[in-house]
Design a protein around this ligand. Structure first.
Ligand code: GLN
Length: 205
């Protein structure tokens, strides 16, 4: 029997259903995470878009913050999108809101300005080949500074919008809102590496 890869999706607030659909369509078992028990035996974790201050507070309330930090420190792949990127940043410009603080990046919230609340653009993404990725931005942050160990995978002008640091991936946009699964597949590559290191036999089915 083949056991599918199990991906947890933080489901406290925001756009978690769309990630669930995308990951299920890619052959993963998607688990909604609301309590620490749900973090047991997952092979990767998605922190979705939504309202980063609300998600951060709820993560603390449900005692998820420290547990997720420990798992990420042990190599669990974590993928944050939009509010998820903000929560993964070690520093957030002008904010002391609760966060995971996993990545060596400085996030700037709502950073594209009010006039362009939401927009779409075709992104050139490192590692995805020549076809551009249609990226949907909704009151999006960007990464103002990347520090040691962080690779920039995509930018809009001089604003970094996709970055990777070891097992951690952060996107300022919403790849779950398109039919293009290539950014999720980048994350699943990390999951495969993680499983291989753990010698766990699970597959994308
Ligand atoms: N602006 C939101 C925040 O700061 C993020 C928006 C989103 O996730 N679509 O939390």
């Amino acid at each position: 029997m083949v056991i599918p890869v199990r991906i947890g999706i933080l489901a406290l607030q925001g756009a978690f259903i769309e990630h669930e659909k995308m990951l299920s369509s890619l052959g993963c078992e998607a688990i909604q995470v609301r309590k620490t028990e749900h973090l047991a035996d997952i092979d990767g974790l998605v922190i979705p878009g939504g309202e980063s201050t609300t998600i951060g507070k709820l993560m603390n309330e449900f005692k998820l913050t420290d547990r997720i930090r420990d798992l990420a420190g042990d190599g669990l792949p974590v993928f944050g999108t939009c509010a998820g990127l903000i929560l993964m940043a070690r520093e957030i410009v002008d904010s002391d809101q609760p966060r995971l603080g996993l990545m060596n990046i400085v996030a700037h919230r709502n950073a594209f300005g009010r006039q362009v609340d939401s927009f779409e653009t075709n992104l050139e993404v490192e590692g995805l080949g020549p076809d551009r990725f249609r990226a949907v931005f909704i009151r999006a942050p960007y990464i103002e500074t990347v520090r040691n160990g962080v690779d920039v995978l995509a930018s809009v002008g001089d604003k970094v919008v996709l970055a990777k640091e070891k097992n951690l991936l952060a996107a300022a946009f919403h790849p779950e809102l398109t039919d293009d699964s290539r950014v999720h597949s980048l994350f699943l590559k990390e999951v495969e590496k993680f499983l291989a290191n753990k010698k766990k036999i699970r597959a994308i089915v």
